[in-house]
Write a protein that binds this ligand. Structure first.
Ligand code: GLY
Length: 580
């Protein structure tokens, strides 16, 4: 015992603590039985909520709502703000998908995925011997696809926004020009991708300060990006696709050996598509159609488990994990063969999502033994019919919801910042199949349907999703993480809808990932206990050597008891939910 301890005070405080515990103990008994198995409680909002990876960007969204903007205005403001405060994935030089559900009950899907430049074809990344040129589709100027983000944000604003364009761009412009104080998450993000940025002088100057690394508490000003945002604020998307920014970008890309031309930029169009719709038990699911594979796989996996009582298996048990992993393997096997840009190839969605096909897939799962991936073949529908990315979810007081996932593909994309613009460029070309049968950056095998062709959109895994019950939205979510996106969204959906977890617990609960090939399970640190792992190994499952955290889910869930929305945000990258 430490004799210097103020003993009287110490005992007094012990007595007080005991009294407080006795008095409040019955209150604990009156709380809902579950409590939070989470890093923090969900955030409730009687009006709007904004969940993003970056607290500064979440606050931008909430402040737009407070100024009378709707969820679309906030989504546009956040989209531009994340390009400043979360440059690993927030972007102007990338692309993505926005799933919209407006207060009138209508839904829409804005596809602003990047497209292949006119000069790229299916052999673009192959050498004279037909072999893949290592790194060509992932780093540097030839990895860049024609960006879609600015067109996507402009379309979202034109169709749904209430506030003037200038007003929604202003917070991002100010964050770039005046700078913001960097926190630990920001510094860690830069540290872990230093090698990528170092190779490109403009990126090195801006993000690595030519070797004088940013420290926690430093103010980070991005003058060139501030210039670009000012042009976009003044002239709209035309500044980016044909005006001053376009000219600077094309000059920088040409100098670096890339192939994107002014025509590629001028020809780029964001498009509207019907969201993919499906059901799980009593819920209606709205999610991403092709060129994403994410929505289709989500619906297929939920469909395979339609009749299972997953709660009875027990979250995290060997049987529960086994069932989920076997489901993932089967869905990803089909992904390897059947999906691509719907403007170029047919996606056999009807057959892939047919209840009898999914029931057959489910019936083929042996509950006591893992099926080796080699033995799982993609289904036969032949009679013709990325860290990365970031997601944000916004709900406003009128009930409009925007579930938006956008990306540069790899963290900091191609690593290239176009000189004079401060704009980091994507490496989305790697989401194409450079050579059918050869894995891409994420180890995904893909078919000829996803081969490169001019103006084609690469197949994506992004899965912005909105779930309705009785016609009313109750859950909206999405995640980054390449193919792990699909399984993160799948598991958080099950955690909430089938297991009844609150939104923060559902996000924090450890996740598993299997993508058919390679035949191994990825798990999160401390995510599978050793006994469970042993049981699963004895069933024939292989685990990857390393565990690491994946996904970064940002979500809102309607709280029926409180009659208001609750927001959750993966705290491991420092994300936050801001309240209107
Ligand atoms: N770039 C990651 C994806 O779209 O799947």
């Amino acid at each position: 015992m430490n004799d210097a301890l103020p003993r009287t005070g110490f005992f007094r405080s012990r007595i007080l603590t005991t009294l407080v515990l006795w008095i409040t103990f019955p209150l604990f008994l009156l709380q809902p039985s579950q409590g939070y198995g989470a890093s923090r409680a969900p955030v409730w909002g009687p009006r709007g909520l904004v969940a993003t990876v970056s607290p500064a960007a979440s606050e931008v969204g909430a402040s737009i709502l407070r100024q009378g903007g709707n969820a679309a205005d906030a989504a546009v403001a956040v989209g531009f703000a994340l390009a400043v405060t979360w440059p690993a994935a927030g972007n102007l030089g990338g692309g993505g998908f926005a799933l919209v559900r407006s207060q009138d009950g209508k839904s829409n899907f804005i596809d602003y995925r990047e497209t292949a430049p006119a000069a790229a074809d299916k052999n673009f990344y192959l050498d004279a011997k037909g072999e893949i040129i290592p790194g060509a589709s992932t780093r540097g100027f030839r990895a860049i696809a024609t960006p879609g983000t600015v067109a996507g944000m402009a379309l979202l604003h034109k169709k749904y926004g209430k506030l003037p364009w200038k007003k929604v761009i202003e917070p991002a412009r100010r964050l770039a020009v005046e700078g913001f104080i960097v926190d630990q998450s920001f510094v860690s993000m830069l540290e872990s991708h230093k090698e990528r940025l170092e190779k490109f002088p403009v990126s090195r100057r801006i993000f690595l300060k030519n070797g004088k690394d940013l420290k926690v508490g430093d103010r980070f000003v991005q003058t060139d990006l501030g210039w670009s945002l000012t042009q976009i604020q003044k002239s709209g998307e035309s500044a980016f696709y044909s005006g001053t920014i376009a000219k600077r970008m094309v000059a920088a890309i040409k100098k670096g050996g890339g192939v994107i031309t002014l025509d590629d930029l001028k020809n780029y169009k964001a498009v509207e598509r019907a969201p993919l719709e499906g059901r799980y038990k009593n819920y209606q699911i709205l999610t991403a159609p092709p060129p994403s594979s994410g929505g289709a796989l989500l619906l297929a996996m939920l469909g395979m488990l339609e009749k299972d009582d997953v709660q009875a298996l027990g979250f995290g048990s060997a049987a529960y994990n086994h069932l989920l992993v076997e489901t993932m393997k089967r869905a990803f096997a089909d992904r390897s063969e059947w999906f691509g840009d719907p403007d170029f190839v047919q996606n056999p969605l009807k057959k892939f999502l047919a209840p009898d096909y999914l029931a057959k897939r489910r019936a083929n799962i042996n509950m006591s033994k893992a099926t080796p991936s080699q033995e799982i073949k993609p289904g036969d529908f032949s009679d013709k019919e990325s860290q990365d990315t970031t997601h944000y979810t916004i709900v406003d007081a009128q009930g409009m919801i925007i579930s938006n996932t956008y990306t540069l593909n790899g963290s900091f994309g191609s690593g290239v910042t176009a000189e004079g613009t401060g704009i980091l460029m994507n490496n989305e070309m790697d989401d194409f199949s450079s050579k059918p049968g050869s894995p891409n950056m994420y180890g995904l095998l893909q078919s000829d349907r996803n081969a490169i062709a001019p103006k084609k959109r690469p197949l994506s895994s992004m899965t912005p999703t909105i779930v309705l019950e009785g016609g009313k939205p109750i859950l909206a979510l999405g995640s980054p993480g390449g193919p792990t996106i699909i399984n993160s969204v799948f598991q958080v959906t099950l955690n909430t809808l089938a297991l009844g977890m609150d939104i923060q617990t559902a996000i924090d609960a450890p996740k598993l990932h299997h993508q058919w090939m390679p035949d191994r399970i990825l798990s999160e640190p401390w995510g599978v206990n050793p006994d469970t792992k042993k049981i699963m190994q004895s069933m024939g499952h292989n685990f990857g050597d390393r565990s690491f955290h994946f996904g970064d889910v940002q979500a809102v869930l309607y709280d029926k008891e409180r009659k208001q929305w609750s927001g959750g945000s993966d705290s491991r990258h420092g994300g936050s939910v801001a309240v209107e």
